[in-house]
Design a protein around this ligand. Structure first.
Ligand code: FBP
Length: 336
């Protein structure tokens, strides 16, 4: 699905996000401006969350919130703050009819039933890094709803499948804050300049190398990994690949996207269906990596074609440079 027209808009580095969005919209006669405004609303929420994160240690917003989400995971204060901030921006922006968030079980209606878009979001990815000042992020995925605008959005609007995404992206709160997204015409990255309060194009038409020498996985789980994955990791070690694992999907995938490499979170005995969530982690990252020339599977099939039946469905994830992803997926299929 391609939100804007075919023409890829070539704009100089340093262009503001707002101007870039405007250019993409102008290049598409069919565009109504609703998706453009939605992307701006996401950028606004990212700026607010970036500010909260950068002051976390001073504002006592680190640590547990004292509640658990529907996955039985302890919610960190910043998980809840990011959830509230994105929800508020999407609600007030008026372009989103409903939201599904990692932090809430049910579909969240925004009070904008007339809107034609729905958004799935992981407000804060890499929660285990929050209190130790290591990179974390936000992941978002946008669909054009199937249900009739003017009526309440429904679960089916979120279960259309990865190929139906209109746009997807992530915000990486790292050494700098980066917004990386696609609308189906390649991937572009924008760096936040907090002194000007603006995102500027810094990574135009991102592409990932077809091969790489970095592997990212929680080797502490290796005994639980499928045999093919264990063999692949041993082969990487014997080939003197570099092991890098930040423990935040966004940060690991972003690094590997730039340098070439592979991130693996396979099924384990502890998580036989995988740990990561298909709707707001797997699908958006797979859409992005494919738009950058990479690949993503669940260890058996192309992730974007994987059937989805529940909002918080889990999935194994293997994502990164095509040659590495294809190799381990082929091996895995052979040994299953
Ligand atoms: P959250 O969205 O709850 O943070 O979970 C996802 C995640 O943190 C990924 O970002 C990361 O790659 C993975 O889980 C780390 O899991 P583990 O600690 O088991 O290695």
């Amino acid at each position: 699905m391609n939100a804007y027209s075919e023409d890829v808009v070539a704009v100089p580095v340093g262009t503001t996000l707002d101007r870039f969005i405007k250019r993409q919209q102008q290049a598409s006669p069919a565009a109504t401006g609703e998706l453009s405004q939605l992307l701006r609303d996401i950028a606004l929420a990212a700026k607010i969350v970036q500010r909260e994160i950068s002051r976390a240690g001073l504002l006592a917003v680190t640590g547990s919130f004292g509640t658990e989400n529907q996955h039985g995971e302890a919610q960190q204060k910043l998980d809840v703050i990011a959830h509230i901030r994105f929800l508020r921006a999407l609600r007030n922006g008026g372009e989103v009819a409903a939201v599904v968030s990692e932090e809430e079980d049910q579909v969240i209606h925004t009070g904008n039933p007339g809107s034609k878009y729905v958004v799935a979001i992981d407000p804060l990815d890499g929660s285990s890094n929050i209190d130790v000042n290591v990179s974390i992020g936000t992941i978002f995925s946008i669909y054009r709803r199937q249900s009739q605008p003017g009526t309440p959005a429904v679960e089916a609007d979120f279960l259309q499948g990865g190929l139906q995404q209109v746009a997807a992206g992530y915000v990486l709160y790292g050494t700098s804050t980066l917004l990386v997204y696609t609308t189906g015409q390649g991937v572009n990255g924008f760096t936040y300049n907090s002194s000007l309060g603006e995102f500027f194009l810094s990574h135009p038409t991102l592409t990932t190398p077809v091969d790489g020498r970095i592997y990212s996985c929680n080797e502490g789980n290796i005994v639980d990994y499928p045999l093919a994955i264990q063999q692949f990791i041993t082969a990487c070690q014997q080939a003197r690949f570099t092991a890098r694992y930040i423990g935040a999907l966004i940060a690991d995938v972003h690094r590997n996207l730039l340098k070439g490499g592979i991130y693996l979170y396979p099924a384990t005995q502890a998580a036989p269906a995988g740990k990561l969530r298909l709707l707001y982690e797997g699908f958006p990252m797979a859409f992005l990596i494919e738009q950058a020339g990479g690949s993503a599977t669940d260890g058996q099939q192309r992730l974007l074609t994987k059937p989805i039946s529940t909002l918080h469905q889990r999935t194994p994830l293997i994502i990164g440079s095509t040659q590495l992803v294809d190799l381990v997926t082929q091996q895995n299929k052979l040994l299953l």
